[in-house]
Design a protein around this ligand. Structure first.
Ligand code: ZN
Length: 144
């Protein structure tokens, strides 16, 4: 069975483009910190080609992920999209002539996930929080 993460460089003739279109099982992301979940397949589309001494990949990645809203602490679903990811690797550095996308993809995806998430379109509890933040200095002022 062909490994969907592998790019076979020998199959890429000069100037020939390989179209990549995969729905990847998210288990390769190996996220186990309990705050980030990938329940859906990772959609990968793009091209791979060789230019002289380099393998070049351009990729669009998308999926939905789950994490906790930093304001209301609810588990929320957020869209993930990384368009036009450009990867280049010297063929010299790939002695096996098989480029394994796993690690590169994992790093690229996890780097794009924001550290702080919030309910899409703004957390409904933010209003309460703002009210609280605005009122607090006024109260303090009156007390003085
Ligand atoms: Zn929220």
């Amino acid at each position: 069975m062909q490994d969907v993460f592998n790019i076979y460089i020998d199959r890429l003739g000069d100037g020939e483009e390989e179209i990549l279109e995969e729905a990847l099982d998210p288990s390769f992301l190996d996220v186990t910190d309990g705050t980030l979940f990938f329940p859906e397949k990772i959609s990968l589309q793009g091209t791979a080609y060789v230019v002289e001494t380099h393998l070049i990949l351009t990729l669009d990645i998308s999926t939905n992920y789950q994490t906790y809203c930093k304001i209301c602490n609810e588990l929320i679903v957020l869209p993930f999209s990384l368009q036009g990811l450009y990867i280049t690797e010297e063929i010299e550095n790939i002695p096996s002539k098989i480029f394994d996308l796993r690690e590169t993809l994992r790093d690229a995806i996890l780097l794009e996930i924001p550290l702080f998430a919030e309910c899409e379109g703004g957390c409904p509890m933010r209003k309460d929080l703002n009210k609280f933040l605005k009122q607090d200095p006024v109260l303090t002022f009156k007390e003085i």
